[in-house]
Every structure is written in C-alpha cells, then in structure tokens.
Design a protein around this ligand. Structure first.
Ligand code: BDP
Length: 688
C-alpha cells in the first residue's frame, strides 16, 4: 500500500446496481501492444478494475475471441474491431489528446471501446472511463467524444533541485530526489498518473528561479536556487530515467534554464544572445538533450526578473534573448516558454509587462511562447486580468495560473481557485470586438495554459486534502475552460470522498464559497491586495497580514485608499481595449470588486448602495470571518461521513483558518480605522 494518499485515483468497490453492467463490459480487456503509453494504460486497469469490480479482469494477449463482452483499447489501426465498430475517419479527425468512448455490440456481446488517434489520447480515454466507473455513471449507452481545448497544458513545478525544497510549496519538501537519479521513487509514477488523469501533457520539473538572486542573498528562504545545474551533462543523463516515467503517461518533460547557462554550465565568458559562441553553445546543448530525451518539450525562462540574469545584461531585449535559445531548439520541435513576469522603472508595477512585451509583438520566433500571469501583479486573491491577453496577436501566448496557494492561505486555508479561474476565463477582453473572452485566446498551436504546481512529500501531496481540488480543477479547466464549475467540483468530490449526496453537496458548497471568504478577510474586497507580510521565513512569507509593509499596493493614506491607475494616475487602465478601458477608467462604471485597484477614493466615498468605502471594507472583513466559520461548521457536519484521517486533518486546518481569518480581520480593520478615523457603524471597530 502507498504511504501517501491516492487523491482522486482511489478505486473502491462499485455498488451492486452498476456492477453487472460494468463487469459485463470490462472483465475481459484487450489493450493494444506497442507504445509505452499503452503499458501505462494496462497498469492502470490492473490497479483499478480488481478494486472497482471485485474480480480480476482477464487481459487478452491477442484481440479477444471470447463470447463474452470486452473492453477494447487502441487506435483503429490496432484492432479491426475498433475500426469496424467506430470508424477510422471519425477518430483520425480528432486532435492530439482527443479520444472516443463508445459502448458497442460486437458478436452479439456488450463491449466498450476506448479509441484515439494518438497513444496519449488512449491514456486520457482510459482515465475518463475509470472516472465514470469510479463515480458509478452508466456506461451502457456511452458515446463520448473529447478533445482538449488547448494544445499545451503544462505544470510548472517550482522545485529547487538538490535541496528538496519547493518555492511557494506548502505540501512539504519536493518529491523529486535529483541526487539519486537515475533511481526512481514510486511517487514519480503516481504523480504522472495524477497529472495524466486530468489531461496535463507537459511538466517543467524545476523552479523558474534557477540561481540564487543577488537581491535575496541574505534571505534564508531564497537560500539555494541551483536549478541551472540540471543542464550539466551528467545530470541530463540521470534525467532520462525521470523523463521516461512521465513519457509513459504522455507527459513531455521540460526544464527551467538560466539565461546565463553558457557561463554557468559552459565556460564562456558571456551569455550575450547575439554572440556566435553563445548561440553555438545553446545549439550543442539542445542537441545533447534531444539525443537523450527525444520527446523533450523545451525550456522555461525567467529572465531579467527578481535577480535572474537576462538579455538586458547585454543591452539586448527579450526578443533577442528568447529567439537565440528558441533557434537552438527549433530543429528538435522544442519550444521556449518565456515569462512576462518582469519589473521595471514604473512606480506602478502593473504597467510593466504590457509596456515591455506588447511592442515586441510579431518579433518572437515561431517556437517562442510568452507566458503571462493571469493578473498584472502577482497571483493575488483577486486581480483584473492581464492587459497583455489578446494584445499580442502575432505572438504565441500562454496563461499562467497559480495552483499552489501562495497568497490564498497556503497549506492551511480551504481556498478553491476554480471560481477565480472561471472568472478570468469568462472575462471579455474585446480583443476581437465584443465577445472575446479570455478562454477563447491561447488556443493556437504553441499556446496553452500553465499551472504553478503545489505537490510535495506530504501524505496529502498538497499540504491539505482540500487543496487537491485545485490541482484537479486546474487540469480540467486547461482541458475545457467552459466546463461548469459544479461539474468539475462534483467530479472531484465523488472520486475523492465518495458519492454520498450529502457529502458531495457539502464539500462542493464549501469549496465554492471559499474563495470569496478569503478575498473578504484577506483584503476587505473592493480590489485591494498585497497586504501580507513579506517575512524571512518561507512559511510566514505572504501568510500573515501586514498592511503597513507595502503601502504602494493598496494606496492607503489618511485621506483615502486605492491606487489611481486611470489616465490621471499610472495609466494602467488605458492598456485595455477601448470599452474595457472606459469601464475601468470611470469610478461609476468600474465593477465594485475592482474599484480600489483602479481608483484612489476618499474613505467616505459612497458606493452604489450608499455604503461608504470604509464601511464596506469593515463589513467585508467581518463577513469573511463569518463565512470562514460557516465553512468550518459545514465541514464539522461531515463527522463520521468521511474517513477519520482526512476528516480530522481538514477540521484542524479549518480551526486554524478561522483563527487566522480573525487575525486578518482585526489587523486590517484596525489599519483602516487608523488611517480613516471613521469608526464602524456597527460599533465593531474604533469605538472603544
Ligand atoms: C512570486 C513569488 C516568487 C516567484 C515569482 C515568479 O512570490 O516566489 O519567484 O512570483 O513568479 O509570486 O517568478
């Protein structure tokens, strides 16, 4: 038995009602031979079917000649039965990753077919079928056709190699033991299974910070960024074993690299992207990697940001930097994911990414993707969407979301990110006129969705069991951003905690209400942000309230609060397309939940319903705590309905979350009172 949790891949005995139909179609199975992905499919069925069906299935070595029904998994080319019962054309038309599930009658017997044009699609199709069995859905009339919305669905693992730590990771130390490669741990395969089961098709194994930034040299939390070493030849050789684990699940391996690698790993005295020796170094390095790992996906680069080296060090720009590396990968079908998370000279950091990257539209090489965080600041509980979305039509773009809860309660709070992501995806950018939601972008070749990962050595993988839902939901939205939130969440709950309707409803409700609660007690709402402590200790950093530390982000003065990002302020609002810019520019039209992100307003400014800004902030802080208590009580109501281990673990974290929410409320409301001098109308603040 695993010493760690199975997350949503726990296979438990199916109840009687469904068992007959499942057994009829699945107790004989044939999985085509050939690709490594198909051996992974076979392994998964061997794990799952005996548990689900209470019987060992018979795996046929050849296409079955049985008179019983059977489960057939393969491409139409692999098996005549598949080609004849489903048809070759309909399968061939599917995108990479797409698949079909069908119940068919073959030789008078009830059978099931999982088919796809590619082996990766067969992996996804198998996991989809197992999800149906695991959640007791009917399969007698199955006709499922799925294709991923985005070509690239990538996980960014912020692990710091050789130190087993994970930057912004709250699930314990890293699961990856680089020192011991090529030796493998069972956990690697289980991680690959989890990722493949939700459609992830690429993983960047190491932190975007690949070297210790100068600025942080005295900061213990940033002690050891040495990911750049992964490009050393002996490390790359060891890396092949890890890559092969993920390959079986259709997941392409990637590495974060240091822009100065030609100097750090090689012995050049420059990393100038226009220098011929530098270009030759990257070419040789790429050739070496692809010789070892033919399906290598490419490099992720954080350049000229937070102490990481970059093209500016040589008077070059981001196009020069990205293209030089991309050219080396191009013959191998590799890609550079170049991050747009940069700082600059602007006092308002929100302005920077657009200002730096938008003018470069059209100049990046075909195999460069510019990877952009969802908002202009940094994974705050709520931000407006980045102004770069839809603003670089000639450039491949990637959307970066944070799965890990850096600013949303870390390994303690239940904060479900799916409602936030759905808000982002639904936002109308007006990039192509009205009706250009964020989810319609990132769909081209070379584009996609990226999630900053959350797993670690903890039994729960993610630090707290409920945070597994964020990883699950990320994979599902990266597959289909228009899937209703209830569908995604209920899928997760049913697989994770069972199909009891009360449990499903309660956990779903807890998750869906959790994000708004966090926004309220951590910010007061109205678009405020970044009032957290920036401590030395990893687990303190961005966890506790400390509104004094970064006044620039929320703009509190004795007169008012908020940051003027209109044309009379930093001008950030003007970076959006016309109608969006107009809405944000105007105090009257700006949506209330972002009001203070765009406007600096007097504390007593009246909102639409007549409440003053400061009163709304008080009210929200108190409401957030009430909501956190409510979430805790709802969880408590599940005592006895969920296994003791997970029940208690989450219950204890809810106790801490409530205490922490109260602390946030008290610190923030005191701070608002201190600056505004306006007491709370209900006598809760400033009336003593
Ligand atoms: C911030 C994190 C920091 C990351 C940085 C990044 O606090 O640890 O290195 O973003 O995205 O959110 O590069």
């Amino acid at each position: 038995m695993n010493q760690y949790d199975s997350c949503w891949l726990r296979y438990e005995r199916v109840p009687k009602g469904r068992l007959d139909s499942y057994r009829r179609r699945c107790l004989h199975a044939y999985v085509a031979e050939k690709a490594p992905e198909l051996s992974a499919v076979r392994d998964e069925l061997r794990r799952a079917l005996p548990e689900l069906l209470g019987r060992d299935p018979h795996f046929w070595q050849h296409p079955p000649t049985t008179t019983d029904g059977f489960l057939a998994i393969g491409t139409p080319d692999d098996m005549a039965m598949i080609a004849e019962s489903v048809g070759t054309d309909v399968v061939d038309d599917l995108a990479d990753g797409g698949y079909l599930l069908r119940s068919v009658t073959w030789n008078g017997q009830d059978c099931l077919v999982v088919t796809a044009p590619t082996d990766r699609g067969l992996v996804y199709g198998t996991f989809h079928l197992l999800r149906l069995l695991n959640t007791h859905e009917p399969v007698d009339d199955l006709d499922v056709c799925e294709e991923p919305t985005y070509e690239n669905r990538l996980l960014n693992q912020w692990d710091t190699p050789f130190h087993r730590s994970v930057e912004r990771g709250y699930g314990g130390e890293s699961i990856f033991d680089w020192e011991r490669l090529p030796d493998l741990r069972p956990r690697y395969e289980d991680y690959a299974r989890l990722l493949a089961s939700i459609g992830i098709n690429g993983i960047v194994f190491n932190n975007v910070n690949t070297t210790k930034p100068e600025r942080a040299s005295a900061n213990a939390a940033f002690d050891a960024f040495e990911g750049w070493q992964l490009l050393e030849s002996h490390r790359l050789e060891a890396f092949t074993s890890l890559a092969s684990v993920f390959r079986r699940y259709g997941i392409r391996p990637y590495l974060s690299v240091n822009f100065a690698a030609p100097m750090l790993v090689g012995d050049l005295d420059t990393a100038d992207p226009l220098d011929e020796d530098v270009r030759a170094w990257w070419r040789a390095k790429a050739d070496e990697i692809y010789e070892l790992v033919p399906d290598f996906g490419g490099f992720l680069v954080k350049a000229d940001s937070e102490g990481q080296p970059g093209p500016y060090d040589y008077g070059r720009d981001h196009v020069d930097g990205a293209n030089a590396i991309a050219r080396a990968l191009e013959p191998h079908d590799g890609r550079v994911w170049w991050r747009a998370f940069v700082y600059g000279t602007h006092e308002d950091r929100a302005v920077q990414a657009y200002d730096t990257f938008q003018p470069l539209d059209g100049d990046f090489a075909d195999n460069v993707t510019v990877q952009i965080k969802n908002g202009p600041i940094d994974f705050q509980p709520r931000e407006p969407v980045s102004t770069l979305f839809g603003a670089m039509p000639e450039t491949d773009l990637g959307l970066e979301l944070q799965i890990t809860q850096e600013y949303t309660g870390q390994g303690v709070h239940a904060t479900y990110h799916l409602p936030m992501w759905n808000e982002i995806f639904a936002f109308d950018t007006h990039a192509d006129g009205p009706g250009s939601p964020v989810h319609s972008l990132f769909r081209g070749d070379g584009e996609g969705i990226v999630g900053v990962g959350s797993v670690g050595e903890d039994h729960s993988w993610t630090g707290t069991y409920l945070a597994q839902a964020n990883l699950y939901a990320f994979g599902r939205v990266a597959w289909d951003p228009e899937m209703p939130a209830e569908t995604v969440t209920e899928e997760w709950v049913r697989q994770t905690f069972g199909t009891d309707e009360n449990v499903v409803d309660t956990v779903t409700r807890i998750l869906h209400d959790s994000w708004e609660a966090c926004i309220d007690y951590e910010t007061g709402g109205l678009g405020l942000m970044h009032m957290m402590h920036n401590g030395e200790e990893h687990l303190e950093n961005h966890f506790y309230p400390s509104p004094d530390e970064w006044p620039g982000y929320h703009g509190a003065t004795d007169e008012g609060i908020g940051v003027n990002r209109t044309s009379t302020g930093s001008g950030y609002a003007g970076q959006y397309r016309g109608p969006v810019a107009g809405r944000y520019e105007s105090v009257e039209d700006c949506p209330e939940e972002l009001l203070l992100f765009f406007h600096h307003l007097p504390w007593t400014h009246e909102l639409e319903d007549g409440t003053t800004v400061v009163q709304r902030l008080y009210d929200n802080c108190f409401a957030g705590v009430e909501q956190a208590r409510q979430l805790r009580d709802e969880w408590q109501s599940l005592d006895g309905e969920i296994d003791e281990r997970r029940f208690r673990h989450v219950a204890e974290r809810f106790d801490e979350q409530v205490a922490q929410a109260e602390r946030w409320r008290d610190v923030l409301t005191d701070y608002f009172y201190e600056h505004s001098g306006v007491p709370d109308e209900q006598g809760r603040v400033g009336n003593d």
